[in-house]
Write a protein that binds this ligand. Structure first.
Ligand code: SF4
Length: 443
């Protein structure tokens, strides 16, 4: 069971020396209780206290990094069972699967797609994470050649899928320093796989059907000195996967079975229902998801779902305040003020673009609150609007002094006029009506 901050505090030396980076022992204890600090930061803790605290304060699911450099990704270090309890922190890595039996140009084309393809949603660039390459040929040389072809095309995180340790060793000559995930250690080959993972500093997938066998494998790997583990539950069906992954998350989060506190792996290509498996994996705790190269529609759906599930529900996605241009607005273009809640911004931006009326969007900082909430909470005020007009030099961008405000901000219209000296026009409440509004009102 996790210790509470006060219990942890009782075990600390209470010197308040700040060497851990916290101002007091109590704040350090609170961080430890939340899994946000490492016991090693306090140099005065006895080994006995460290072992008691270390077991209960480390994140219940280990953080595992796959790959190196810009495109590397980290999974795990989750603290809650339900997203609304706090948030989920590390979105799953989604990797496209290829086989070493495919022609090199096909493998390279998939690699280039993962390297280059992205799409922007609510201001964030979404991409796939890497390539999972399977030693389907069984040939040591073919596997190494396929890995070399990928490595020659892009610096992407890899999963090397092979039960043949010779093939893995040959492939690692090309990518051994880039932390590919090795898949997979089983009870038959665990010692040799651990030796390879240790030699190259790679994370290791362990594969077994049944939680007891997985826990046993995890213990054996740790005993061999390999702790960056990812668990492949070898599910026989999607229902089996959901049952197992849910049980594992519950046991890990409550620290009932710390030996199962590792990120979960799901190969959706083996399920027979790939799109459903991707969606289930994203919402039900899979951290490494392998898929075949997806159609454009499925790709967007998968990345969008990842973004939605792994967005902090307590922090609205925000835009930077500023003056944004729609088209090439001139001195007589309308200026529309709204809040920096990203959904408001992108909804309004979309409708404005479709009106084909060049204009300015003046985005003020309401800490990501929507118009209605910001007005009710007093976060949208006449001084905020006045300061934004000055800060973003709106007076020099246009020759008129008219400001269109959202319909839901109408109670502030008089005060904004007084504070800014601008004539305030109250726009529609629904962004969908902005086109009609501009065509009728903006002469
Ligand atoms: Fe307290 Fe240890 Fe931090 Fe010093 S280093 S303030 S003793 S927790």
């Amino acid at each position: 069971m996790a210790l509470k901050a006060l219990d942890i505090y009782k075990l600390l030396p209470k010197k308040n020396c700040k060497e851990c980076g916290d101002p007091t022992c109590l704040t350090f204890a609170m961080k430890l209780a939340g899994g946000k600090a490492d016991v090693e930061l306090c140099p005065y803790l006895s080994d006995e206290a460290k072992s008691v605290l270390g077991a209960t304060t480390r994140p219940p699911i280990r953080l595992v990094k796959i790959g190196v450099g810009e495109r590397s990704f980290a999974v795990g270090e989750e603290f809650v069972f339900y997203r609304h309890e706090k948030t989920f922190y590390h979105p799953p890595g989604v990797l496209f699967r290829v086989k070493d039996t495919q022609p090199a140009d096909e493998i390279i084309a998939v690699t280039k797609r993962v390297r280059d393809e992205s799409f922007v949603r609510v201001g964030t660039e979404l991409k796939f994470n890497g390539i999972a390459i399977e030693n389907a040929s069984g040939s040591v040389g073919k596997f190494a050649d396929a890995v070399a072809a990928i490595e020659g095309t892009a610096d992407l995180p890899l999963i090397l899928i092979s039960g043949n340790t010779d093939a893995l060793r040959a492939a690692l000559i090309h990518c051994g320093t880039y932390r590919p995930l090795l898949h997979a250690a089983t009870k038959e080959n665990v010692k040799e796989m651990c030796a390879i993972a240790k030699q190259h500093g790679c994370p290791l997938a362990i594969r077994a059907h049944g939680l007891d066998d997985l826990a046993q494998l995890a213990k054996e790997c740790c005993a061999e000195g390999v702790q960056d583990l990812v668990m492949d539950l070898a599910p026989v069906s999607l229902g089996d996967f959901v049952t197992a992954t849910t049980t594992i998350r519950q046991l890990a989060i409550t620290r009932t079975a710390p030996e199962l506190g590792y990120p979960v792996y799901l190969d959706t290509t083996l399920t027979g229902h790939e799109d459903a498996a991707i969606a289930l994996g994203i919402v039900k705790y899979a951290s490494v998801i392998v898929t075949s190269p997806l159609s454009s529609a499925s790709a967007k759906a998968a990345l969008t779902l990842c973004q939605n599930v792994y967005t902090d529900p307590q922090k609205p996605i925000q835009m930077n305040p500023g003056l944004y241009r729609i088209g090439s607005p001139g001195k007589d273009a309308p200026v529309l003020m709204t809040v920096n809640f990203s959904l408001t911004f992108f909804t309004l931006e979309g409708y404005l673009e479709s009106t084909r009326v060049p204009c300015f969007m003046l985005i003020v900082d309401t800490e990501g609150l929507s118009v209605l909430t910001a007005v009710a909470a007093g976060k949208l005020s006449e001084t905020l609007v006045r300061d934004a007009i000055r800060k973003f030099d709106v007076e020099n961008e246009v020759s008129h002094r008219k400001l269109i405000i959202p319909g839901y901000a109408s109670p502030l219209s008089g005060r904004i006029e007084e504070a800014t000296g601008w004539k305030v026009l109250v726009g529609p409440r629904d962004a969908a009506e902005i086109g009609e509004y501009l065509h009728e009102e903006w002469k």
